[in-house]
Design a protein around this ligand. Structure first.
Ligand code: MG
Length: 424
C-alpha cells in the first residue's frame, strides 16, 4: 500500500474505528506502526579477524558498528594469508553504512582489479567480509539473512555427509558407516582419487591404470552396497585426472546411478568437462574452485556440468552465491554447494540454499571433527537427521562459542583484536 493510500485510509477510517472502540490513541498508534521503516544510522567502526583450524584453515571476520551491532563471517580454503587483505579492505569499510552490502562488495571487488580481485585469495577473503555484512544487516534489521536474500523456499536444507571411509579393507569401515546411518543422512559422498594406490605407476601423471579404475569401482560398489538405496551416493575425483580417465570412470559408474560425479578433470578446462558430460549418463558436478558469476558463466553456457557446486564461503559471498544459483537456474541446472566450513559458515550457506529455487544438497565434511563441530556455536549441533533447519533469529542465527573454538585457534594469531584508534 502506498503512503498516499495508507494516509487516505487512516484519515477516513481510523478516527471512526478509534472512536467506536473508545481508543483515541489507536489511530496514532496504527499510523506509527504503519509508517515506512526508519533504518538505523549505522556506521562501521572496526574489522577484526581470528584464524581457526577446523576442516582446514578458516578466516573469521567480525565487523563492528557504532551501535554495538556486530556481524560475523567466515571464509575458507583460499583465505590463507587473507588477514593483510582484510586490513587493506578497511579503508573501503570504515565509516560506511554496513546495510549497503552489495555496494561495499562491489567497491572492494572493483578496487582490486590489478590485485587479483578476479578469483582466489582476494575474492575468498572478500567473501568472509561480505558474509559478516549480511549477518550484521540481518541483526540490525531484526531479520534472518534468508529474508534479505528474497525469503525462504524451504524450511530446512538437506546435507550430505562426506564419508571418512571408502574401502572394504578398512577395519573401522563398518563402525564408520553405521555412525553415518545413525546420524540419519540421506546422502553421502566418497573420494576415489588415491594418490597412494599401489597400482599407480607414476607419481605425477594422473592417467589411471586399469587396476586403479578397478579399485575406484570397488570403492563405489562398497559404499553403494553399504547404504539403503534411498541414500544417495556422490563421488569426488578432486579434478586430478586427465580426460581419458575421467571419461572411462564416468562411463563405468553409470549403473550406480550416482547423485553426481565431481570434477573428474580440473574445472578450469570447460571444454574437457563438457566432453565428459556429453559422453556419459552420470551427472557431472563442478565448481568448488570457481569464483564469482564470471567463473560459472562459461560452464553454464557450454553446458559443461549437470550440477554446479560453488563454495559460498569462498566464491564471492552469499549474494554472489544467490546470483550464481539464479544463473544456473536459467539452464535448469541444480545448485549443490561445496562446504567445509564451521557451523557459522555452514549456516550462512544454508540461508542461500533456502532462498534459491534450484537447491539440491549441501556438503558437510566434519564427521572426523564432530566434537569441535558440536561445540563451535552456542546453539549446538545445527544438523539433525541430515538436515539444517533455518533459524528465525536475526542475521545468520548462530554465535561462536569462543571458549570452545579457541582450542582450535591457529597458534600465534590474533583473536578478534581491536585494530586500534578507530573505535567509537
Ligand atoms: Mg570436492
Amino acid at each position: 500500500m502506498s503512503r498516499v493510500s495508507r494516509r487516505h485510509l487512516l484519515g477516513s477510517v481510523m478516527p471512526f474505528s478509534a472512536g467506536l472502540l473508545g481508543l483515541p490513541a489507536l489511530a496514532t498508534a496504527v499510523q506509527s506502526a504503519s509508517s515506512p521503516y526508519r533504518r538505523p544510522k549505522l556506521k562501521i567502526t572496526d574489522i577484526r579477524t581470528a584464524e581457526v583450524m577446523g576442516h582446514g584453515y578458516q578466516l573469521h571476520v567480525r565487523i563492528y558498528t557504532d551501535q554495538g551491532v556486530v556481524g560475523h563471517g567466515e571464509g575458507t580454503d583460499a583465505v590463507q594469508g587473507g588477514v593483510p587483505l582484510v586490513r587493506m579492505f578497511r579503508r573501503f569499510l570504515m565509516g560506511q553504512d554496513p546495510l549497503n552490502v552489495d555496494f561495499l562488495f562491489e567497491r572492494i571487488r572493483t578496487s582490486g582489479i590489478f590485485a587479483g580481485a578476479q578469483a582466489g585469495q582476494y575474492v575468498a577473503t572478500l567473501t568472509a567480509v561480505e558474509t559478516a555484512l549480511w549477518d550484521l544487516a540481518g541483526k540490525a534489521l531484526g531479520l534472518p539473512v534468508y529474508q534479505l536474500l528474497g525469503g525462504k523456499m524451504r524450511d530446512r536444507v538437506r546435507v550430505y555427509c562426506d564419508s571418512q571411509t571408502n574401502r572394504r579393507d578398512d577395519p573401522d569401515a563398518a563402525a564408520k558407516i553405521q555412525h553415518i546411518r545413525d546420524l540419519g543422512f540421506t546422502a553421502v559422498k566418497i573420494d576415489i582419487d588415491e594418490r597412494t594406490d599401489p597400482m599407480r605407476w607414476d607419481a605425477v601423471n594422473w592417467t589411471a591404470s586399469n587396476a586403479e579404475i578397478d579399485n575406484m569401482l570397488d570403492k563405489v560398489t562398497f559404499i553403494r552396497e553399504s547404504f539403503d538405496k534411498r541414500v544417495d551416493v556422490a563421488v569426488d575425483m578432486h579434478g586430478r585426472y586427465d580426460l581419458t580417465t575421467g571419461k572411462r570412470v564416468a562411463k563405468e559408474v553409470e549403473s550406480f546411478k550416482l547423485l553426481f560425479l565431481e570434477e573428474p578433470v580440473p574445472a578450469e578446462n570447460v571444454d574437457a568437462m563438457r566432453d565428459i558430460r556429453e559422453s556419459t549418463a552420470t551427472p557431472i558436478c563442478c565448481g568448488e574452485n570457481l569464483f564469482l558469476r564470471h567463473g560459472f558463466r562459461e560452464v553454464l553456457e557450454q553446458r559443461a556440468a549437470d550440477i554446479i557446486m560453488p563454495d559460498l564461503q569462498k566464491c564471492g559471498g552469499l549474494l554472489e552465491g544467490r546470483k550464481i544459483a539464479d544463473m544456473a537456474h536459467t539452464y535448469y541446472i541444480p545448485f549443490a554447494p561445496h562446504c567445509v566450513v564451521s557451523p557459522i559458515g555452514t549456516m550462512a550457506s544454508c540461508h542461500v540454499c533456502a532462498a534459491v529455487p534450484n537447491f539440491l544438497v549441501l556438503e558437510w565434511h566434519w564427521i572426523p571433527r564432530l566434537e569441535l563441530w558440536r561445540s563451535f556455536v552456542q546453539e549446538g549441533d545445527i544438523i539433525q537427521k541430515g538436515f539444517v533447519t533455518l533459524p528465525d533469529r536475526a542475521g545468520i542465527g548462530v554465535e561462536m562459542d569462543e571458549e570452545a573454538v579457541r582450542e582450535a585457534q591457529v597458534p600465534g594469531t590474533p583473536w578478534f583484536e581491536a585494530s586500534g584508534g578507530t573505535q567509537e
